[in-house]
Design a protein around this ligand. Structure first.
Ligand SMILES: NC(=O)c1ccc[n+]([C@@H]2O[C@H](COP(=O)([O-])OP(=O)(O)OC[C@H]3O[C@@H](n4cnc5c(N)ncnc54)[C@H](OP(=O)(O)O)[C@@H]3O)[C@@H](O)[C@H]2O)c1
Length: 281
């Protein structure tokens, strides 16, 4: 039995991805959520539409929760075929928390949460598994103003450990309020999503050396979508936002491209290093 997992599936784009997988994926779909009540409510809604998702609690910001979920999937299915790393947070522009705190929380959930989820679940991936990391237009390298920093991100030999160090350096400079002068810009969300995109490239390099054939991971910008995260300002519906992530989750066996790419909401590959940054879908 094939298994697909979506993180943060109780609402927004993750909910639409879970619904799309229920419709198109030939296997069992796990809609996961950090909050059981919200997750089960989402499951009920999909069941009313004749779909049959399963639920498991998963908080990507909690190592025990990640490990419990990993053990459950391993025990019950012995493997995993699709992983959609959708869960993330974003502070509102009007947020009053100090920037250092925003930076720490945003990077911890959006970058380290995804990293830890992958570290736990990647050993379960079966041959031809597909992984989708939800990035953003904010995850384009050119959103980092400092040229010297950008050079570090594009190093083809950058390791996960070095990338994590860069993320920690950003949080430290945000706490000291030196992030702008150090070239990081002024958005913690941007840094976290640039981190997720860079992580994707490193993950594909590792997949290419893995003995399991045809493992593929891509980073996807879903578009500017009408969700709680955007205070419902995005023009796209959650179904439209789910199109590119679903496309990458369901790439056929042996697909030549995209593999380890930065994919826009129109499903096209975008040059992460030189740009240009395309307009929104
Ligand atoms: N909306 C856009 O225009 C847009 C644009 C570019 C990229 N994205 C990316 O697309 C993805 C989905 O965004 P969205 O707009 O659908 O956001 P959303 O409506 O705010 O939904 C975010 C989901 O992530 C969950 N989540 C947050 N922290 C979590 C944690 N620690 N563990 C597990 N789940 C957690 C939330 O759960 P709770 O309900 O419990 O909070 C919720 O289910 C995100 O990665 C976002 O960065 C969105």
């Amino acid at each position: 039995m094939k298994v697909a997992v979506v993180t943060g599936g109780n609402k927004g784009i993750g909910f639409a991805i879970a619904r799309g997988l229920c419709e198109k994926f030939d296997g069992t779909v796990y809609l996961t959520a950090r909050d059981e009540t919200r997750g089960l409510k989402a499951i009920e809604e999909l069941k009313k539409n004749g779909l049959n998702p399963k639920f498991h609690q998963l908080d990507i910001d909690n190592l025990e929760s990640i490990q419990r979920f990993r053990d459950y999937i391993k025990e019950k299915y012995g493997g995993l075929d699709v992983l959609v790393n959708n869960a993330a947070i974003a502070y509102k522009n009007a947020a009053t928390e100090p920037f250092g705190e925003q930076a720490e929380n945003t990077v911890r959930v959006n970058y380290f949460g995804v990293l830890e989820t992958c570290k736990a679940l990647f050993p379960l991936l079966r041959p031809r598994a597909r992984v989708v990391n939800l990035s953003s237009s904010a995850g384009h390298l050119l959103r980092i103003p400092g040229e010297n920093l950008r050079k570090k991100f594009v190093d083809p030999n950058l390791t996960e450990e070095q990338l994590s160090e860069l993320m920690k350096e950003f949080v430290e400079s945000a706490k000291k309020n030196t992030h702008s002068e150090e070239g990081w810009g002024n958005s913690a969300y941007v840094v976290s999503k640039v981190g997720v995109t860079a992580l994707t490239f490193i993950q594909q390099r590792k997949f290419d050396c893995d003995e399991r054939p045809d493992l593929v991971v891509n980073a996807v910008h879903p578009g500017y979508v009408d969700t709680d995260m955007t205070s419902h300002k995005g023009p796209l519906t959650i179904e439209e936002g789910a199109v590119a992530p679903l496309h990458c989750a369901l790439l056929p066996p042996g697909v030549k491209s995209p593999r380890g790419k930065y994919i826009w909401c129109d499903k096209k590959e975008v040059d992460w290093i030189s740009g240009p940054v395309p307009s929104q879908c």
